[in-house]
Design a protein around this ligand. Structure first.
Ligand SMILES: C[S@@+](CC[C@H](N)C(=O)[O-])C[C@H]1O[C@@H](n2cnc3c(N)ncnc32)[C@H](O)[C@@H]1O
Length: 223
């Protein structure tokens, strides 16, 4: 199928286009600049996939705080903040150079420059509020492992949604049969899933609506 038709038929793209907030990405210069990137629609599908998994929780708990770990330029942060204006979103990244001026237009967003591997980040999560939703889009290697461990340790994280990226060091021999059968990325995701505490309800699913081969999502819910 030609790429443009596939894009037009993608359910996340279609759902996004129906949203009132999608108009802002055309009309408001501060958000329109995000559209200039040729990865815009891929990023929309990634952000929509994560947001779909936190939607019900945020509708029931608008006072929850969302923490977008390794937020990059804050695409996911922006979508969540626009769609849940009563919810506070903390966008965290180690890099201060990315262009994030659009975040200044979102009253419910705060950018924090932090290393998620640090104790400061754990403190930030623990002190963020009684109900925290931790999200991470395309976290590579040890960043995904850290995501799982923070979700386990910080009991105020009620929901975590992780879309892992490149694999790091993991006990491949233990996952060899999955590597052979499914591939390294899939086995890496199974390994990450196993890192989450048994006290959490953990689900893992490939979402083919996300325009990326790295489209497995792990959802961990503290009930
Ligand atoms: C692959 S990008 C993902 C960005 C964004 N989440 C997305 O999906 O487009 C990885 C991001 O992680 C950030 N990062 C890398 N190491 C980090 C660390 N130790 N703590 C916080 N952020 C980190 C990078 O600066 C970069 O913005």
């Amino acid at each position: 199928m030609p790429e443009t038709i596939a894009l037009a038929q993608n359910p996340y793209v279609r759902a996004f286009k129906k949203l009132r907030v999608s108009k802002l990405f055309e009309e408001r210069p501060e958000f329109r600049k995000l559209r200039r990137k040729n990865t815009f629609w891929k990023e929309i599908t990634e952000a929509m996939a994560i947001r779909e998994r936190i939607r019900d929780f945020l509708i029931k708990n608008p006072d929850a705080v969302v923490i977008d770990a390794c937020s990059g330029k804050g695409f996911l942060t922006t979508l969540i903040a626009l769609m849940h204006p009563k919810t506070r979103v903390i966008s965290v990244d180690i890099d201060t150079n990315a262009e994030r001026s659009h975040l200044n237009f979102l009253k419910n967003v705060r950018f924090v420059n932090a290393d998620i591997m640090s104790e400061d980040f754990e403190k930030l999560v623990k002190e963020a509020g009684e109900k925290v939703v931790l999200v991470g889009s395309h976290l590579c290697r040890e960043l995904s492992e850290r995501f799982a461990r923070i979700t386990n340790t910080c009991k105020n994280v009620k929901l975590g949604v992780l879309m892992p990226c490149c694999e790091g060091d993991f006990p491949r021999e233990r996952y060899q049969f999955l590597i052979d059968e499914l591939g390294v990325y899939e086995a890496w995701c199974y390994y990450l899933k196993d890192l989450f505490s048994p006290e959490l309800r953990v689900k893992m699913k490939r979402d083919k609506k996300v325009i990326s081969p790295k489209n497995i999502l792990i959802t961990a819910e503290r009930t």
